[in-house]
Design a protein around this ligand. Structure first.
Ligand code: GAP
Length: 447
């Protein structure tokens, strides 16, 4: 993880937030390449949810919602972690994580293990951030930053039945920021207090819920493997009954083998009719599907694949990170799926003279309207390749003296390091063909 964190800072993927003020615990800013990577992760999610299916529609709901939402959803009463304070070292621990926590006085010991420790009884701590709507801070003005995007979908269910011409089974998908005042954030962007979720609520006839639960488990596993995560680093883990959220009758986590061990990447839950029933009760509105032909009416059940955009981006980075040797020199390379790579092609004149920069710059202008492309003419060619390898650029196009004679360039592949000459006239089509091709991690073959 340290290597990933350092590469992310060095190459402008992710920085600690407000760093000049010493940072703010577990908040991060995405730099240029991090923005492009996360953008690509989200675009692939939208592609899988919207473009490749016709039973899902999109939503972008507000972060601030009516406070009754959180009463109905159970978050106000139940979205809590049990907390223990130490009166001696003033540190705060999750009561269910004492075995993984370090004592403030003696970090080799767990809290409570030395006589100095003076621990409080566990108290429930609500993870929702509160803020005030309007200038007056009275009780009625308290609102919450949403802790999950899902509720924005449930409260819009009626709107979608009216306008979308969909009937169960159908889904509503949303990507957006969520906020949780996590007690123990950490492990880089794995667990932060402000993060982006990619959630889809799939509304189904009640008796079809188990079938669709299986369907979404399979779909979501395929999404990660098709985007290059190594299958042997990915698994499904069903929640034990005492682990289930208050709304769920079945949940399985997609887990990835992060450097911190197997950890949740995404949860797929069968939420039953809990949310629609609760919102119907608290709002007084009918939230049910009525089949106009048969007159049949029911409250749909919901299958929810809930992923984190930051956590997914981290998994793709971890899986892609590799070190090898090129020409006797150590190289760090991100073997990202080409569709996720922040930059698809780098255009490099071999030397900064003899008309090569002009041809390369012209080529770059042509390519960048079709794909994310960079032009770089500064420094030795080897160093320029190395920089592109570190940000995961799958193709390097080099303009050299031969280009000026026969209008061909060399295309260098990041993973195989194979270099081929391609006519400029065919270059954009050829690169697009390669970007669309099936791809699997060369790390699988032990390259
Ligand atoms: N609506 C269901 C829900 O929110 P969750 O398992 O709490 O379920 C779904 O969250 C996903 O959101 C997680 O699998 C993870 O990828 C991401 N996530 C949750 N909390 C996070 C945090 N503190 N930091 C980063 N990502 C988080």
């Amino acid at each position: 993880m340290d290597k990933i964190v350092s590469l992310c800072k060095r190459r402008g993927f992710v920085f600690p937030s407000s760093e000049i003020y010493g940072g703010l615990g577990s908040t991060y800013d995405y730099g240029h390449y991090g923005v492009l990577l996360k953008q690509n992760v989200k675009a692939e999610w939208w592609r899988a949810m919207l473009q490749e299916r016709d039973d899902i529609v999109a939503l972008d709901a507000a972060i601030l919602m009516h406070p009754r939402t959180w009463e109905a959803s159970g978050h106000l009463a139940g979205f809590t972690d049990p907390l223990i304070d130490c009166r001696t070292c003033k540190l705060r621990f999750r009561a269910d994580h004492m075995e993984q926590s370090a004592c403030g006085r003696k970090p080799s010991k767990h809290p409570g293990e030395i006589p100095d420790c003076d621990l409080t009884d566990p108290r429930d701590f609500n993870l929702m951030f509160q803020t005030t709507l309007g200038p007056v801070k009275d009780a009625g003005a308290t609102v919450y930053l949403r802790p999950e995007t899902a509720q924005g979908i449930f409260v819009n269910f009626k709107n979608y039945l009216q306008f979308s011409r969909k009937k169960p089974p159908f889904g509503i998908a949303q990507i957006g920021k969520s906020f949780r005042n996590e007690i123990t954030p950490g492990n880089f962007v794995f667990r932060t207090r402000e993060f982006e979720q990619m959630e889809m609520e799939y509304f189904v006839p009640p008796d079809e819920a188990p079938k669709w639960f299986e369907h979404w488990l399979e779909q979501r596993m395929n999404w990660y493997t098709e985007l290059g995560l190594r299958p042997d680093h990915l698994r499904l883990r069903a929640h034990a009954p005492d682990e289930l959220s208050h709304y769920s009758s079945a949940t399985s986590d997609v887990e990835y083998l992060f450097p911190i061990g197997w950890s949740e990447l995404e949860g797929v839950a069968n939420r039953g009719n809990f949310d629609l029933t609760q919102h119907a009760e608290f709002s007084g509105q009918k939230l049910e599907y009525v089949d106009t032909a048969s007159g049949e009416r029911y409250v749909p059940h919901v299958i929810e694949p809930a992923a984190g955009a930051d956590r997914a981006a981290l998994a793709f980075l971890v899986d892609a990170y590799d070190e090898d040797e090129v020409g006797g020199e150590a190289r760090t390379v991100l073997r990202l799926h080409p569709r996720l790579a922040p930059v698809k092609v780098a255009v490099l004149p071999l030397v900064k003279k003899d008309g090569q920069p002009e041809v390369a710059a012209e080529l770059h202008r042509e390519l960048r309207v079709r794909m994310s492309a960079e032009y770089d003419e500064g420094g030795a060619i080897g160093r320029r390749y190395r920089r592109q390898d570190e940000i995961g650029t799958p193709f390097g196009v080099t303009v050299d003296h031969q280009t000026l004679e026969d209008r061909t360039v060399t295309v260098r592949e990041r993973d195989s390091l194979v270099q081929e000459r391609v006519p400029i006239a065919e270059l954009a089509d050829e690169l697009e063909r390669r970007l669309r091709a099936l791809w699997s991690s060369p790390k699988l073959a032990g390259v």
